[in-house]
Structure formats: structure tokens, C-alpha cells
Design a protein. Structure first.
Length: 199
């Protein structure tokens, strides 16, 4: 398999990918000098492509990019692709979480269903052509306040189905087995495996 270059400036996301990926895969994060434009497309897939293409050229590598979001049923799927800027452009994770807590203040526990969704794309670092794409989701529910300091983003608000605590409390090895990103990555590696035999 060709080396993978992760198209992100998010150190938390890079570390999470690093923990999920098999040690046999050569994996690195793009240079901090790469400038990513606004993620203003209408789908996760197209936003991921934007990130990946910002890293070209990447000779001899496959460029991996993800776009992910939290979809809240009581908010008709919001914040979705706007998750990273729910509280405004440049908002921190804490600000986004606080904005979501405020918006859901009157929503009862039985109507707090939500899911994390992750869409991954891989493009060829030489040609820019699409190599593979995949998707993963994890279902759960939202708390009324932040619980835990593990993970990042909305993790302290999200309790995955089958568990009683948030991603902010669950050990990282558990999250990295059941999360939307882990599922999407497993699907992606299955798609890339046969391609890697004949680079």
C-alpha cells in the first residue's frame, strides 16, 4: 500500500488516526504550511475532497482526508457538516459544545438521539484522481452537559449506544474500536487493500 498522507491540520485527529491504523501502514500528517480553504461544500464527501486536493502534489503517496460531523435528530440533522463552526467561524470545540447545550436545553432525554458521521476520501497524490471513499456512523444520545476530558470536539456530550458514559470518559481504545472514524477507516482499508498489491 502506498504511504498515506493525512490532509488535516488537526493534531487530535492525526493522533486518533495513528492509533486506529495498523502499524504496517506508513502514515504522516501534511506539512503545517499547507493552507486549507473554507469547507463550504454541501456534503461531507466534497469537503473531504477539498482538503485532500489542497495537499497536491504528493508524489508517490495517497492523500487521505476526512469530513465528519454530529447529526442531532431534534435539530433535523444539524449541526452536520457545520459541526466545526456551529458557534461561528473560528469557534473552539468548547464553544461549539456550549452552543449545542444551549440549543438543546429544553429537549427531554428521550429525544436526544444523535449520530456521528465520518466520510473518508483517498486521492492519488500524483494524478489527483479519486482512489476510494468510505463512510462510518455511530449512533448514540446527547447529555445535558459536558462529561469527561477524553477525545475532542463533541465527545464530552455524546454517549454511544450500548454505553452509559460519553466519549469524553470512555478509554480511547474503546472509542477507537466503535467510533464513526474507526468504522469508516476499516471500510476504507478493505477497499484499498487490493489496490495496494499493484501500486
Amino acid at each position: 500500500m502506498k504511504p498515506l498522507l493525512l490532509a488535516t491540520g488537526n493534531e487530535h485527529k492525526y493522533k486518533e488516526f495513528l492509533k486506529i491504523l495498523p502499524e504496517t501502514i506508513c502514515f504522516s500528517m501534511v506539512s503545517p504550511e499547507v493552507a486549507f480553504g473554507p469547507e463550504d461544500e454541501e456534503t461531507y464527501f466534497r469537503n473531504a475532497l477539498l482538503k485532500a486536493r489542497a495537499c497536491l502534489p504528493a508524489p508517490g503517496k495517497w492523500v487521505l482526508a476526512d469530513d465528519s460531523g454530529l447529526e442531532v435528530e431534534a435539530l433535523e440533522g444539524r449541526p452536520g457538516i457545520l459541526s466545526a463552526r456551529f458557534a461561528g467561524v473560528g469557534a473552539s470545540s468548547l464553544m461549539n459544545c456550549q452552543a449545542l447545550v444551549r440549543e438543546l436545553k429544553e429537549v427531554p432525554p428521550e429525544k436526544r438521539a444523535a449520530r456521528f458521521r465520518c466520510v473518508l476520501t483517498v486521492i492519488d497524490g500524483d494524478s489527483g484522481g479519486l482512489v476510494a471513499t468510505s463512510q462510518g456512523t455511530v449512533e448514540g444520545r446527547l447529555t445535558k452537559g459536558l462529561l469527561g476530558e477524553q477525545g475532542f470536539g463533541y465527545d464530552p456530550l455524546f454517549i454511544p449506544d450500548g454505553y452509559q458514559v460519553t466519549f469524553g470518559i470512555l478509554p480511547s481504545e474503546v472509542k477507537n474500536r466503535i467510533s464513526h472514524r474507526a468504522k469508516a477507516l476499516r471500510h476504507l482499508l478493505d477497499a484499498l487493500a487490493p489496490l495496494g498489491k499493484n501500486p
